[in-house]
Design a binder for this molecule. Structure first.
Ligand code: ZN
Length: 522
């Protein structure tokens, strides 16, 4: 396929491929060495002005000591009596209630969050996304966004999208599988049945559109997975329900229609969902031509969106956050693990089988559960690490997947490359690409790219620090040779707090993210 053209704003005019040096820098996780800014200012401080050349050495030293003493005393007095210095960058003072003009119209600070389902973090290094990379160079990027466990396969990818919306892990947000049994309500959740999927009782936590609505913010939801209403009766101001195969251009038109609407009707928080890349990944596998073609289409959408915002002079007003929910791994030639072989007659005593590719098991009350658990554990031990068996008590803490009665008491989790099945099922329903494996695996990692006033401020703050020679090893941050700012890997439950901070919402709902996570960036 021909490679997409770069926008004029691309400084290097090269393809989107990351050169080996930059890639090394992106993935190294090491702190940056001295930046160009550092070198420049270091030289500057060493240069003596012409007018001072006639001064004696002693006089210079004496003056310098007095000046430093004055500065220290002043800074100390200021801190004690006045508190820390107020933010100076205009964008730091631009909060949700404030109004800024784009030259012709007034706008409140606006956040657009776009989910490209199944965009694996390292897809951005394939040389097929020059525009997303260019946007990240103007803004910022994370090495990866870590999805929650488990991620669901097939069609609607609720769990991670609900984690992004609520800031909660599955054990707290209620979406513990694409199908699962709830022993409390004695009913089963089905991702593909609208009476199930739109029943708010299944969806726990407070989505960002509900929190924003409480703060009087107008919200618009373009197909983001989740129910149209929560149990409290809250809904987004505008809601376009999910529909398959809607062209990206139509979605862009809808977003721009909202952005162009009158001030009193215009949403400040917009959410958009795009499934085509995930569908391509399942159908043909992550290394397929179909994925690459769809990736390029998604990249063109990012370019068109960016150009439309630039044309409206909105790049200092609208924060655009591109995320994905998980990665994708090749499962075209999986190794089979036959659960019926392991359990023998015990297999027939399974009452409910939840999730996939990880499998939650609930046995009938009459079954010998501990015997079946022993069989599974022995098989896992003999399998030389191809799968693990967990109970709520032994589930790894990093999965945050134990504290809910909706989570089956026994979970079997295969390693990448393996699938759990039975002789009767075989490969039925199996696709060439899948997710839902251990979320520590890089192939499961998702993307984070942001552009707008927030990343612009982050860059300014970072450069200011460097300029003032105060930059300590800046944990989590480094800049690549061409000025891309790359955040360390972070969990997707932090996104909720970011959006709330950007909108200036002071009383967000409790989440599994840390309220302080974004402090250093604001
Ligand atoms: Zn998927």
């Amino acid at each position: 396929m021909s490679s997409p053209t770069l926008p004029k704003s691309s400084r290097k005019g090269r393809s989107g491929a990351i050169d080996p040096e930059e890639r090394k820098s992106l993935l190294s996780g090491s702190d940056e060495g001295p930046s160009d800014a550092d070198n420049f200012n270091w030289k500057e401080t060493e240069t003596e002005p012409d007018s001072e050349r006639g001064w004696s050495r002693n006089r210079i030293i004496c003056s310098a000591v007095c000046l430093i003493a004055l500065l220290i005393t002043g800074a100390f007095a200021r801190t004690v009596f006045l508190g820390p210095a107020p933010p100076t960058h205009p964008t730091l003072l631009f909060h949700g209630d404030n109004v800024r003009s784009n030259g012709t119209h007034d706008f409140k600070r606006t956040v657009l969050i776009v989910s490209i389902d199944g965009l694996r973090a390292d897809y951005l290094d394939r040389g097929l996304t020059p525009h997303l990379l260019d946007i990240s160079k103007q803004g910022l990027r994370a090495k990866a966004l870590v999805p929650i466990f488990p991620r669901l396969r097939i069609q609607l990818y609720f769990s991670n999208h609900w984690a992004l919306m609520t800031g909660l892990y599955a054990e707290s947000n209620g979406m513990v599988g694409n199908n699962f049994w709830d022993p409390v309500s004695q009913s089963e959740f089905h991702y593909n049945r609208i009476d199930s999927a739109w029943n708010p009782a299944w969806w726990l936590g407070e989505p960002m559109w509900e929190t924003a609505g409480k703060a009087g913010i107008i919200t618009a939801n373009l197909m983001w997975p989740g129910p149209p209403k929560t149990t409290s009766g809250a809904s987004s101001t505008y809601f376009v329900p999910w529909k398959d195969k809607v062209p990206l251009q139509e979605k862009l038109d809808q977003l721009l229609h909202w952005i162009d609407s009158p001030f009193e009707e215009r949403p400040q928080l917009l959410m958009m969902y795009e499934p085509s890349l995930d569908q391509a990944g399942h159908k043909a596998g992550p290394a397929s031509a179909l994925v690459n073609k769809t990736l390029a289409q998604v990249d063109v959408f990012a370019k068109d969106l960016h150009i439309a915002l630039q044309a409206r002079n909105l790049t200092d007003i609208v924060d655009v956050v591109f995320v994905s929910d998980h990665g994708m791994t090749d499962t075209s030639h999986p190794e089979h693990i036959y659960i019926d072989d392991i359990l023998g007659d015990g297999y027939d005593a399974i009452e409910h089988e939840d999730g996939w590719p990880a499998m939650g098991l609930r046995f009938a009350p009459t079954a010998n559960v501990s015997h079946n658990l022993d069989l599974l554990r022995s098989a896992a031990a003999a399998s030389k690490g191809t799968f693990d068996v967990y109970t709520h008590e032994t589930m790894p803490q990093r999965y945050h997947f134990a504290h809910s009665e909706r989570i089956a008491p026994i979970y079997v989790v295969p390693k990448i490359g393996y699938i759990l099945t039975t002789h009767a099922e075989g490969d039925v329903g199996m696709s060439k690409g899948n997710h839902g494996y251990d979320n520590a695996a890089p192939a499961m990692h998702a993307m984070f790219v942001a552009h707008g006033p927030f990343p612009a401020v982050v860059k300014v703050l970072h450069q200011d620090l460097a300029r003032r020679r105060l930059s300590r090893p800046n944990k989590g941050w480094h800049s690549t040779a061409d000025d891309t700012y790359v955040m360390d890997v972070f969990p997707n439950v932090q996104i909720y707090s970011l959006v709330m901070r950007l909108l200036g919402v002071d009383n967000p709902a409790p989440t599994n993210g840390s309220a302080a996570f974004w402090d250093k960036y604001f």
